[in-house]
Ligand binder design. Structure first.
Ligand code: SF4
Length: 343
């Protein structure tokens, strides 16, 4: 078995605020095999986007610091790299795609300018070769008439085409890992489906591993082979997609899945519904701001199965066979359901 392309161990990313230390990511472990697709799913504020930004060391504010853990990419510790070394990795070996294509594309540059710049930043090629590669990059994401499109400005494209261009930019240098942060959220259902199909196609064609960060379990179900569910800065459940879909163990995962109608019944969310409806409206209460959370399960105030144990002691990690794990008082370490917990 080959080494994973990415291994994250005990990652902690904290923000210093006037109210205290926000433990946005608080001891997160996961790995992505070469060519694998991991879905990281959770509500806004769960720490999933901060995890993605931490990998690229793009936290963007001095108040945010990676205070613990390791990020090993292709066998090398990213936290030991200089900023100069990280600049050579970003865009070339690890790329990121964000939700809003319009903010990712500079409105004053043509699509061709943007692509050629990215390609020439990371690859020693002439301008002519870079233009040829830019055309190929647009072809790869199925932009019609790619040579002509190079002359277009972002506002001249549709929303779906812009997101395809963003993906073309991210994959122009054929990176080993793509971090996709809610890349389909702003798109309508049809375009969202097309973008997911495109990501699957590019994963198969280029072998690019994908970390898909999203609030939408429906997207994860359609795209990912493994899933990690985040809550309050920690992973509360993980496992193979099919296993978690068919038998989610953590009450939070169960609630997330219930927010996607018919997801469990029909499997992998392929039911033709409008994925924009897959919001988290069914989970009562709001996620906590992870400022100095006390002992106990962070989900307890919203959990329909919470007991006194849940509020007074940190939940254990239970294994259910294979890579399937959940962090919850409902289960013993061997995955057996405890009789005293829950309702
Ligand atoms: Fe609910 Fe308790 Fe499990 Fe937390 S540990 S998810 S409160 S049952």
């Amino acid at each position: 078995m080959t080494d994973p392309i990415l291994r994250v161990e005990g990652l902690k990313t904290h923000f210093t605020t006037e109210r205290g230390v926000v433990k946005a990511v608080d001891g997160v472990d996961f790995e992505i095999p070469r060519g694998g697709i991991l879905g990281m799913v959770g509500e806004s504020g769960s720490g999933k986007s901060v995890t993605g930004l931490s990998i690229l060391r793009l936290l963007g504010t001095p108040s945010a610091k990676i205070v613990g853990g390791r990020i090993v990419f292709d066998g090398e510790e990213l936290l030991a790299k200089s900023e100069r070394e990280m600049r050579a990795i970003r865009g070339a070996r690890i790329s990121m795609v964000f939700q809003n294509a319009m903010t990712s594309l500079d409105a004053f540059f043509t699509i061709g300018d943007l692509l050629v710049e990215v390609i020439r930043l990371h690859q020693r090629v002439t301008r002519k070769e870079a233009v040829e590669r830019a055309v190929r990059a647009l072809e790869r994401v199925h932009i019609p008439e790619p040579a002509r499109r190079l002359k277009n400005y972002p506002h001249e494209l549709s929303g779906g085409q812009r997101q395809r261009v963003v993906i073309a930019l991210a994959l122009a240098c054929e990176p080993d890992l793509l971090i996709a942060d809610e890349p389909t959220t702003a798109l309508d259902a049809t375009v969202q489906k097309q973008i997911i199909e495109l990501l699957l196609e590019l994963n198969a064609e280029l072998g690019t591993a994908i970390l898909m960060v999203t609030h939408d379990f429906g997207v994860v179900a359609k795209l990912c082979r493994t899933v990690a569910v985040m809550y309050a800065g920690r992973i509360v459940e993980r496992g193979d997609m099919e296993t978690v879909l068919s038998a989610p163990r953590h009450p939070y995962t169960q609630a997330l899945m219930r927010s996607v109608p018919r997801l469990r019944a029909e499997g992998a969310g392929g039911n033709g519904e409008d994925p924009r409806r897959a919001r988290l409206f069914e989970i009562g209460g709001a996620p906590p701001v992870p400022i100095e959370l006390g002992v106990g399960c962070a989900f307890a105030p919203r959990c329909v199965r919470a007991t006194e144990d849940c509020r007074s002691a940190d939940p254990p990690t239970a294994g259910f066979g294979g890579s399937h794990q959940a962090v919850c008082h409902l289960y013993a370490e061997n995955g057996r359901e405890m009789q005293h917990a829950g309702t």
